[in-house]
Design a protein around this ligand. Structure first.
Ligand code: G3P
Ligand code: CA
Length: 411
């Protein structure tokens, strides 16, 4: 194992950058500045640190707690290979993706509660708007796949174009919150437990914040929030923008700066840049398949794809407005059609070199989602990604992710 003080110093700079919104310099250890303009961008790029040579500094020196974590990861992983470490220097975070939907219907207070009970560091609500402008947790605004809306409001079926595709169904923007509250959640995937269908309500984001705060007090630990804006250009186009109520609600509950336990994520770019001007909270650029485009790029006639965004130049641009990326995990370890894995890409190292955290999605335990290489063992998948130095994982089975993290890092 190589001890590299220069790499340690550079990494510490990147960790500082990851704690502050982009375009801000960090004075000392405890605070961020918030200058604007070219000077700030220059400062940030100066912090970006070492060259992008993959494997150049395979084990970096960190404060003592992180060193112990790294040693434990290297030893317990048991392969005798050096392990990369998260940019944040500690253990990767576990994000309860839509709660704990491996067990309970997604985006319900019960599912988020279970994720927290299992030990998730963050819970992840996808957010859409009601007709009266209230943020609620649903993965999409067409809600017939995850609620009993078709039974309760058969006459409200309609059709519209969302992000360029025509959809038929029932749309949250046609329902007041009072109406939404009459619905009950359903499991979307037929191979998951259907026995909870019809039992749980659709939560507002305000209720999710209250849950995180309440359970944080009970558990004696901080429960983070990782909200995603869904279809942000669409909602703005119909006069129900997501960003203003999101920032206002978070601010009202004391989540105001880069130290707050919040990441706001989006697959679009323009709304993250807008959010950058509205809040100091940390932002995460979601990255879809390499050939796909952020929908706001499509609207603007910008030909760039997600593949362009994860080049070194693209990552540098992301670092001007976000603290991290949330890539589809196949961009880190691609899988062949026969479900065997290719060699890892450079994405984790390249993102870290740009000062960006890396939180890939989505980890699911069912064998149908696992590569053959893992032999049916979801822990093996987490272990592989943790060894590549990811900073967190979105998981449908947060308890399993926690189990894997404990096995690898001792945390
Ligand atoms: O937000 C991370 C991941 O959730 C993105 O995918 O479609 O599950 O929201 P999706
Ligand atoms: Ca999401």
């Amino acid at each position: 194992m190589r001890i590299d003080l220069m790499a340690a110093w550079q990494l510490r700079g990147k960790r500082r950058a990851a704690q502050c919104p982009p375009g801000t310099a960090r004075r000392g250890w405890r605070r961020c500045n918030f200058p604007r303009g070219a000077e700030a961008r220059l400062a940030m790029h100066a912090r970006a640190g070492p060259s992008r040579q993959r494997g150049g500094a395979r084990l970096r020196v960190l404060p003592i707690g992180a060193v112990l974590t790294v040693l434990a990861m290297a030893l317990l992983a048991g392969r005798g290979e050096p392990a990369e470490v998260p940019l944040s220097g500690g253990s990767p975070i576990v994000i309860g993706h839509r709660g704990a939907p491996g067990y309970l219907p997604e985006h319900t207070l019960e599912s988020y509660t279970l994720a927290i009970e299992q030990g998730a560091d963050y819970i992840e609500p996808d957010l859409v708007s009601t007709k009266d402008g209230v943020l609620i947790a649903r993965h999409e605004n067409e809600i017939s796949g995850t609620t009993d809306v078709a039974d309760k409001f058969p006459e409200r079926r309609s059709s519209r174009v969302i992000d360029g595709s025509r959809k038929e169904g029932w749309f949250t923007e046609d329902f007041t919150l009072q109406e939404i509250k009459t619905l009950r959640a359903r499991e979307r995937l037929d191979f998951r437990d259907q026995s909870h269908n019809g039992r749980y309500t659709i939560p507002t984001f305000a209720e999710i914040i209250a849950l995180a705060k309440r359970m944080g007090r009970t558990k004696g630990r901080v429960i983070g929030l990782y909200p995603e804006t869904k279809h942000p250009s669409y909602f703005r186009s119909i006069g129900l923008p997501l960003e203003e109520p999101l920032v206002a609600l978070l601010s009202r509950h004391g989540y105001t700066d880069a130290r707050s336990p919040v990441f706001i994520q989006s697959f679009e770019v323009g709304n993250l840049k807008r959010l950058r001007r509205m809040t100091r909270l940390r932002l995460v650029q979601l990255i879809g398949g390499a050939r796909r485009r952020p929908y706001d790029f499509t609207l603007a006639g910008d030909p760039r794809t997600y593949g362009d965004l994860i080049t070194p130049a693209g990552l540098d641009e992301i670092a001007t407005y976000a603290q991290g990326i949330g890539p589809w995990k196949g961009l880190i370890i691609p899988m062949r059609k026969d479900k065997t894995l290719r060699a890892p890409t450079r994405l984790v190292d390249d993102a870290h070199a740009a000062g960006l955290l890396v939180h890939p999605y989505t980890f699911r335990s069912e064998p149908r989602y696992l590569a053959k290489d893992y032999g049916g063992d979801p822990i093996a998948e987490y272990r592989r990604f943790f060894r590549l130095g990811v900073d967190g994982v979105f998981s449908d089975f947060p308890g399993t992710a926690l189990q894997a993290r404990a096995a690898v890092s001792g945390r």
